[in-house]
Design a protein around this ligand. Structure first.
Ligand code: DCP
Ligand code: CA
Ligand code: CA
Length: 359
């Protein structure tokens, strides 16, 4: 069966928080700016491109940033403004397709294979989107265009700022062979060191490994590496609009770091969910925990069960486990949400497509 070739765009705003500050305060333009707090324990959230020349970047200690660039100007973050810019760009994306998957405030995947304007060129769509972002917000974004999420994301990062990078189907193979291993999404410092120890520094080295070997070295990620280096990544763009779920979420008055406090909040969210479930008679097989951090990054973790659950206490036990997932960022949390999906209200599949045995 031939699969249709998808057209995926990844859009990411340039130096997002810092660019918003430079837009709103002309004094900051063309100067090294760090968004963050200049206190002994503070860190840089975002650095303007002028500041990056000095080695100042996100997550760097403010103190170190100041040492690297003495004339660095610190600006306090204004999350409300970033959030409203984010809403504006999401609105632009939705003019082209409903298949929009935001990854954080400043970036999203779009599947434009079928689009609302009947346009054939994803490159022209990306150009129009960049122009609309500039017109509506005064800011620049970088776009990556390719056949899957992995390649689109790598592409958007290649010609920042104000970049537009296309990896066409006929270029995919050569592109991946030449790609440095650090650029493979999911390769952090630890994995990069492991790869180097195995003699892997580009896609060309990676593609020589059998899937089994990669799984032995990298666990589940091994399968992912085996596939993406071959240009295979069939993860769909998941829009929020078509999700069928039932949930409760709560934004806190103050961001929370302490695990004990988070447990208390989580329990009350689950109790509320349990009350609503028993009122409506709804139950579900999948529990999803949603976490929004202080910087509006959103992560979700899910667990699927073989049976339906509808009790708050049971949902609490599962979501508590999910909250402890080891690969979640450890930073202040602004919102927790718990939802159930795979609901008992969904239609079950008709039995007619069962295998019938011929005699
Ligand atoms: N952010 C943060 N803390 C981090 C990383 C990012 O608060 N450790 C915030 C500030 C950024 C925004 O999220 O402006 C977007 O993050 P990106 O990683 O996309 O970085 P930038 O948009 O700042 O720069 P780039 O042009 O490289 O995308
Ligand atoms: Ca960005
Ligand atoms: Ca981003």
């Amino acid at each position: 069966m031939q699969q249709i070739q998808r057209k995926i765009i990844h859009i990411d705003m340039d130096a997002f928080f810092a660019s918003v500050e430079q837009r709103d305060n002309p004094y900051l333009r063309r100067k090294p700016v760090a968004v963050g707090v200049d206190s002994p324990r503070g860190v840089v959230a975002a650095a303007s491109y002028e500041a990056r020349k000095y080695g100042v970047h996100s997550a760097l200690a403010s103190r170190t940033a100041r040492q690297r660039c003495p004339q660095l100007i610190f600006v306090k973050p204004r999350f409300d403004v970033y959030k409203s810019v984010s809403k504006e760009i999401m609105k632009i994306f939705l003019q082209y397709t409903d298949l929009v998957e935001p990854l954080s405030l400043d970036e999203a995947y779009l599947d434009v294979t079928e689009n609302k304007k009947g346009m054939r060129s994803a490159t022209i769509i990306a150009k129009e989107i960049k122009a609309a972002i500039k017109r509506k917000t005064g800011l620049t974004a970088s776009a990556g265009i390719s056949i899957n999420k992995f390649l689109a994301k790598v592409a958007s990062d290649m010609n920042k700022p104000d970049g537009l990078t296309v990896i066409r189907p006929d270029q995919v193979k050569d592109f991946l062979l030449a790609l440095p291993i650090e650029k493979f999404f999911g390769v952090g410092k630890v994995t990069a060191a492991k790869m180097k120890a195995l003699g892997v520094s580009t896609g060309k080295d990676l593609i020589k490994f059998e899937q089994m070997e990669l799984v032995r070295y990298f666990g589940k990620m091994g399968t992912y590496f085996y596939k993406v280096v071959r240009g295979e990544d069939d993860r769909p763009v998941k829009s929020e609009r078509i999700r069928k779920s039932f949930g409760v979420e709560k934004t806190f008055d103050e961001d929370i770091v302490l695990m004990e406090t988070l447990h208390v909040k989580l329990e009350s969210i689950c109790e509320e969910l349990g009350r609503r479930l028993s009122k409506t008679g709804i139950s579900g097989k999948t529990v999803t925990l949603k976490i929004k951090y202080f910087d509006f990054e959103v992560k979700t973790r899910s667990k699927s069960l073989k049976r339906f659950v509808n009790e708050g206490s049971e949902v609490f036990e599962i979501s508590k486990e999910l909250l402890l997932s080891s690969n979640l960022p450890r930073k202040a949390i602004r919102l927790l949400g718990v939802s159930l999906s795979n609901l008992n209200t969904e239609k079950t599949k008709p039995v007619s497509n069962q295998l019938t045995l011929e005699f």
